[in-house]
Structure formats: C-alpha cells, structure tokens
Design a protein around this ligand. Structure first.
Ligand code: 5RP
Length: 241
C-alpha cells in the first residue's frame, strides 16, 4: 500500500479508536483499514487498562484481535454493540456503501445492524457519486444457487462473475462456507434499493454488500493525516431496535 494511502487510513483508524470509551462493546470490522483500528484499539486498551469487549466480523478480525489482547464477545453474550467500526469499498454522498471485497460483508452487516453507531473508515479514494462505479457488488450465495442468482443479476443489468481463490484452487469460500459472486454494473447502480430488495428476495442469496442507510458516521482519512467527519441524520438509520 502506498505510504500516503496508509497514512490516510491510519488517520481514520486512530480517530475511531479515540471515540471508544471504557466499558464499551465494539464491533470489529474486516479489511486493511479496520485492521489498523483493531491494532490501535488493542494498544490503547493495554496502555489505559480499559474494559472493552470486541465483537469480530470475521475469522481474520477475530485472530487479529486475539493477537492484540482484545477481550472478545459474541452477539449472544453482547447483543447491544455501542460502536462498530469497519472499512468500505465505496461510499456515496448519502453515506450508502458497497462492502465485501474481503468477502466478510454478511457478518459485517449483522454487527453493524446491532450497533448504536456504525462508523465507517475510508480514505478519499472510496468516495463515489454512484455506487458500483468502480467496484463490483459482492453477493454471498449457496453454491447450488450460483446459476439462478447470476441470471437474476443479469436481469438487473450486471455482469456477474464467481470469485475465485488466489492461493486456493476453485471458488473463494466464505467464513460461512458459501461462495461469492461479484456483480459489475458498468454504469454504476442506478437504484440500489431495488437491487437490495431483489437480491434479498432471491432464494440462495445469503446477503450482499450494499449497506444502505446504515452508516451513522463516515471518517474520511486524508493524506495530510487529518480527517473529515461526515454524519447521517439519525432519523433515517436502519437499526435492529
Ligand atoms: C471486507 C470489507 C472491507 O471493509 C472493505 O473491503 C474495505 O477494505 P480496506 O479497508 O482494506 O480497503 O468490506 O469484506
């Protein structure tokens, strides 16, 4: 990763760690930016002897949190998350997101939905006018449903492709043991709410990477090391309660 980009991600990561308070339950996202925040949180917990419990969104974030000495819980033991942080692949002007480059979007969405505040950490390159302009939309599917889900995606105007492993033959297998289809929308996604509903209504789809009206805050790390803090109007946030 370029040093300037890492500096921007680190700025966002450090900013969210300063928002954590003693006694909080914190959702731990997945990806390079969330990893920087997990590491900084672990360092702060041990420096200040904080009582913080982390709820991880993937095997990757669970392993990293253990390495940094963060006490872990689950949604069974800690059903109410005070603050969840995570990265994103794209963020539109309404703070709607595409996530899932790391194939962790299903658990990430569950944790975000259970959090009072869902704080997204990005660098400025992730801001787009229209979701889907640069990144494909990931969809987690039951393997036997790949063909019908791809047909559904084509009818929505996308070019679907099964995500293949890098250091593994065959498809990427998620933490749930399922597969991922990446759907490229060449002109972007004109109506994300329609794509959201259509996919969730399609048998065999577990979940997809559109996070609509979920982020309460977006911290945009800048290459100067500063951050820009974007907030959503509380009235339009989708939450578990
Ligand atoms: C993983 C994700 C990541 O949060 C997203 O891909 C951003 O990653 P990074 O911070 O490495 O750019 O959704 O499923």
């Amino acid at each position: 990763m370029a040093a300037s980009r890492k500096k921007a991600k680190q700025a966002a990561a450090d900013a969210v760690v300063h928002m954590v308070e003693d006694g909080m339950t914190v959702g731990l996202g997945t990806g390079s930016t969330a990893s920087l925040a997990i590491e900084a949180l672990g360092r702060r917990i041990s420096r200040e002897n904080l009582r913080v419990t982390g709820v991880p969104t993937s095997f990757a974030s669970e392993r990293l949190a253990r390495e940094y000495g963060i006490r872990l819980g689950t949604l069974d033991t800690h059903g109410r998350i005070d603050l969840a942080f995570d990265g994103a692949d794209e963020c539109d002007p309404g703070l709607n997101l595409i996530k899932g480059r790391g194939a962790a979007h299903t658990r990430e969405k569950i944790v975000a939905f259970s959090a009072a505040r869902f704080i997204v950490l990005i660098d400025a390159s992730k801001r787009v006018d229209l979701l889907g302009m640069h990144m494909p939309l990931p969809i987690e599917v039951v393997p036997m449903a790949v063909a019908p889900v791809m047909g559904c995606l084509r009818s929505l105007g996308a070019r679907p492709e099964l995500r293949m492993g890098m250091k593994k033959d065959g498809p990427v297998v998620t933490d749930q043991g399922l597969w991922v289809i990446d759907a490229q929308f060449d002109e972007g996604i004109p109506d994300p709410a329609v794509v959201d509903r259509t996919l969730l209504d399609t048998p065999g789809v577990l979940d997809h990477g559109l996070f609509l009206e979920m982020a309460t805050d977006v911290l945009v790390g800048l290459e100067s090391g500063d951050i820009e803090h974007l907030r959503r109007d509380a009235a339009v946030i989708r939450r578990a309660d």
